[in-house]
Ligand binder design. Structure first.
Ligand code: TYC
Length: 102
């Protein structure tokens, strides 16, 4: 009768939780898009309430840009494109970009 040898692993494997890298969606200011329209897009695409959307819009307006939120790369890209497209459809230069979070 054969007996199986049970070997224990010699080295401990430290379980590492891999987090996906996150991407920031950034709203850029411009001189033409109406403030109310920026607020409308932020509410529609990024699910913000009125006061949060207004604050974000005013930050971009005053500082030139504002980080809106962080998502996985695909979601960040999709939302940035969708939001930029809403402005484009109205002839506005409204622009959302993405950047990897370090
Ligand atoms: N600066 C624009 C205006 O004065 C409003 C605006 C704010 C546009 C934020 C874009 O990301 C933006 N009408």
């Amino acid at each position: 009768m054969s007996q199986k040898t049970l070997e224990k692993p010699r080295t401990k494997v430290k379980p590492k939780t891999q987090r996906p890298p996150l991407w920031k969606v950034i709203l850029l200011n411009d001189d033409y898009t109406p403030r109310e329209f920026v607020v409308l897009v932020l509410k529609a695409v990024f699910r913000m309430n009125e006061s949060h959307a207004y604050k974000v819009m005013m930050t971009a307006h005053q500082k030139g840009a504002c980080v809106i939120a962080v998502y996985t790369r695909d979601v960040a890209d999709t939302k940035a494109k969708e939001a930029t497209e809403m402005g484009r459809a109205k002839g506005y230069p409204l622009y959302f970009t993405t950047e990897k979070e370090e």
